[in-house]
Design a protein around this ligand. Structure first.
Ligand SMILES: Cc1cc2nc3c(=O)[nH]c(=O)nc-3n(C[C@H](O)[C@H](O)[C@H](O)COP(=O)(O)O)c2cc1C
Length: 178
């Protein structure tokens, strides 16, 4: 198997998952900014942090990939919202669908992991974006909040880390299954 793990990470939680997956599977991991040409790989794992629904680096890395039935494509998202909640998974999937050519979306195996956030380390732009988002959520009645809104409220201004390497096990199982 010629495989590669590519990751897009701003503050490190996705990178931590990618490094751990790499050491448990012996598949090399690279930042999407230095991703090689992807022709010739039969297994591609893309792991990207969620920023306002977008998956960091995904479009740039996979947008031009042509479908290939002999190749396995695994996409892993890393976000703050709890992926155990179906509403959160649906929301991530619907934005993922808009970021990938349909034929890639249909054939990809998709997983969702939970990252974290440390407001003390956010860039000014990200801190401002979160402050605006927090304000707009607070202006709405609590009963209209989505699970994602609630997660933002619960963690606003804090440092939280939900990285859990055990959640990599289903991905490792899939990678070992061929
Ligand atoms: C500006 C901003 C937007 C974010 N948008 C989302 C989002 O849409 N969905 C989500 O689940 N998490 C969102 N997050 C949380 C990040 O996905 C989370 O912090 C993740 O662990 C970051 O990964 P990284 O450390 O690899 O960069 C956002 C965080 C920031 C700062």
């Amino acid at each position: 198997m010629k495989g590669i793990i590519i990751y897009g990470s701003r503050y490190g939680s996705t990178e931590k998952y990618a490094s751990e997956l790499s050491s448990r599977t012996d598949i090399p991991a690279v930042n999407y900014k230095s991703s090689p040409r992807l022709t010739g790989f039969d297994t591609i794992v893309y792991m990207g942090a969620l920023y306002a629904g977008g998956i960091m680096g995904l479009r740039k890395t996979l947008g031009a990939l042509t479908p290939d039935s002999g190749r396995r494509l695994i996409i892993v998202t890393v976000g703050l919202a709890d992926p155990q909640i179906p509403e959160n998974r649906e929301s991530i999937l619907s934005s993922l669908r808009s970021q990938l050519p349909p034929e890639l979306f249909q054939t990809a195996q998709i997983f969702h992991l939970r990252g974290g956030i440390d407001y003390g380390r956010l860039s000014l732009g990200h801190r401002t974006a979160m402050a605006l988002l927090n304000k707009s959520i607070n202006l709405r009645p609590r009963k209209s909040w989505s699970a994602e809104d609630q997660a933002i409220q619960d963690t606003y201004g804090k440092k939280v880390d939900f990285v859990d390497f055990n959640t990599l096990i289903p991905i490792i199982d899939v990678l070992g299954s061929r």
